[in-house]
Ligand binder design. Sequence first.
Ligand SMILES: Nc1ncnc2c1ncn2[C@@H]1O[C@H](COP(=O)(O)OP(=O)(O)OP(=O)(O)O)[C@@H](O)[C@H]1O
Ligand SMILES: [Mg+2]
Length: 276
Amino acid sequence: MFKLENVSYAYDTEDASGQGGSRRQALCGVSLQIKKGEWWAILGANGSGKSTLARHLNGLLLPTAGRVEVCGREVRDYARVQDLRRLVGIVFQNPDNQIVGNSVEEDVAFGLENLGTARPVMRRRIGEVLQMVGLSGRETVDPAALSGGQKQRLAIAGALAMQPQALILDEATSMLDPVGQAEVLDLLQKLHEDGLTVVMITHNMSEVLLADKVAVMSEGRLMMTGTPAEIFAKSDELQKWHIELPLITQLGNKLGVAGCTDLDGLLQKLEEMAED
Ligand SMILES: Nc1ncnc2c1ncn2[C@@H]1O[C@H](COP(=O)(O)OP(=O)(O)OP(=O)(O)O)[C@@H](O)[C@H]1O
Ligand SMILES: [Mg+2]
């Protein structure tokens, strides 16, 4: 689905005097392949390049060096950038910044109208995607009246209306309450079961566990890829890259290093001690 070869990217930045000319290197030589239907989590400290990487997956940014292929075709070879944006939907952190319509159905219709979709097709598509995200019956509701989780599901519906091959989520659950987070994650699991490729940027380790594969970023470089279990086993490296594991995983890893593989036995001993 995605193939990145030696991708580097630098932002043009202006210095405080407004003279400009300086560049900030945000990605350095990133190579990564994401297959169709896989669910990836991207982990990394603040400023490590996760969002910059995400923006390369649907042509919002083009690499300064290296190449990005989406569905077997170089991003620069897409005749229209809209074709690429249709193939790869992206949902951002703040649900309020992504709403464009005055009603739920108008919001989903927006992207379809831009494509010049015929009315009857549009009606049907809107019905289908609102059903998928669990917002059927809310067609005429003002999006401002929705909960955070509902707003993010509406943003996902807008992307799904384009019939994408992949969905990128850039910390899309981080501003939601636990109920909203669970709603969005349930939806993603269903879409993934139906074959959608999911790339999720997150700081939340329980979300990482849902992924098939994890990519770890630090200072613009891809440091490691693997299954969640493989990644969580490398707590020393993760700490070096300023990624905090949940306490329970740290404890499990420490006990493993100390030669304690009999966790059940250890727990039993602790219980006995507590009873004494
Ligand atoms: N528009 C921009 N102009 C200049 N520099 C930028 C811009 N956007 C990001 N950067 C810089 O590029 C680097 C990577 O930023 P990026 O937003 O990709 O990181 P991130 O991993 O998504 O961080 P966060 O966890 O805070 O979202 C950082 O050093 C950042 O300051
Ligand atoms: Mg970011």
